[in-house]
Ligand binder design. Sequence first.
Ligand SMILES: NC(=O)C1=CN([C@@H]2O[C@H](COP(=O)(O)OP(=O)(O)OC[C@H]3O[C@@H](n4cnc5c(N)ncnc54)[C@H](OP(=O)(O)O)[C@@H]3O)[C@@H](O)[C@H]2O)C=CC1
Ligand SMILES: O=C(O)CCC(=O)C(=O)O
Length: 419
Amino acid sequence: MERAYDPYENVVTVLEQAMDVGNIDRSMFEIIKNPQRAVIVYLPVEMDDGTVRVFEGYRVQHSNIRGPFKGGVRYHQDCDLNETMALSTWMSLKCAVVNIPFGGAKGGIKVDPKTLSKQELRRLTRRYTYAIEPIIGADSDIPAPDVNTNSQTMAWILDTYSMLKGKPCPGVVTGKPVELGGSRGRESATGRGVVISSKLILEQMGETLSGVRVAIQGMGNVGANAARIFHHRGAKVIAISDISGGLYCSDGLDIDLISDFVTDGENLLKDYNAPGVTHISNRELLLCECDILVPSAMENQINEELAQKIKCRFIVEGANGPTTAAADTILSERGINLVPDVFANSGGVIVSYFEWVQNIQTLTWERDQVNEMLEGIMTKAFYEILKEVEVSKCSLRMAAYILAIRRLLYAEEIKGIFP
Ligand SMILES: NC(=O)C1=CN([C@@H]2O[C@H](COP(=O)(O)OP(=O)(O)OC[C@H]3O[C@@H](n4cnc5c(N)ncnc54)[C@H](OP(=O)(O)O)[C@@H]3O)[C@@H](O)[C@H]2O)C=CC1
Ligand SMILES: O=C(O)CCC(=O)C(=O)O
């Protein structure tokens, strides 16, 4: 019988592969593999009808060796401890790849947020913050948005934490509203980073974004912002999707019109109609002929079976862990270039870093300055990854992992592992 996909098992497999390819001392593997702390919390919440439900939540702190723990909070019905462990590991790797002074963490609550009212979500978020308050803080662990959470969620976390501390603590979360100390450019940063990654990989082939055909799975924070920025930079977004299915137009979709249609969060793409636009399934989107495929929804979207059939030239991973380790090998054999999640979606945490720096120094920066600095950090990291590709004769994913693992282990070594 086929075993169910486990994201943590997947990231551990890739870590092992990278340590072998990079010739890294395997005796250090357990340090990289295991999170420093994994917390499960149970959250009693009063529903609007007066009943009480208890939700399960998590905060996994993978590593703070290079700086405070950092990573988003996800609300999803399939969220569990193993997924949160995988996501926290990816955060440590991501911050190390782009060389920002943060470690890695991730949080989540097992809940389908679409079944809760706004008031119920607020009470749930406040309960969760209360439960993890002892282990978060501007100098210890800094949450941010992830799937089904946003600047509003961060505002609730900020307010609850500040109430408990008896003072404003803006640096405890990033991705909050600009009016509460959020950074300009954070909302669109992950999508912008995906476009920067695409531009950088195309440049290696002597190409530009102009006219390239892009298919994007997921029309949330990452996918929608990436779609908009691709569109405005001259790429042709030919397919996009959300949970209800996808839209396809070989001449390019009108992303501005579609964004307006889905902006309030009420409308689904399945209800969008326009001349020349056809409805496709998420599977058809992943298999459509295009230059760049951007999975920006969930893990485990590109498996072995799909990897054999995918018809794109490049994959740029907007989501965390959308490609399984087995699929990765097949894509590599087929010569499909893949820009890995730990680099491609790092724009969010990079601008979160800028937000945190602004908060602790009581500064506010302009959007252009933020975007320019984001591009600078990503470009530098990309060339470091390319250098590692040459040295280790490996894929971009392997090179990014090798670079990150070496940085994490070097920090362990100079700190002195034992007290
Ligand atoms: N937000 C951020 O800054 C960052 C996010 N990421 C990663 O990017 C990915 C997306 O996150 P984000 O955009 O924030 O999340 P959002 O909740 O904003 O959006 C998720 C999108 O994916 C769609 N979706 C969910 N499940 C499926 C599915 N099975 N098939 C197709 N579409 C699906 C959702 O559709 P619907 O809305 O209809 O449910 C929605 O359009 C995640 O892997 C996340 O960890 C990585 C770095 C930073
Ligand atoms: O902005 C952040 O701190 C983290 C974003 C995130 O969760 C991620 O990169 O996966």
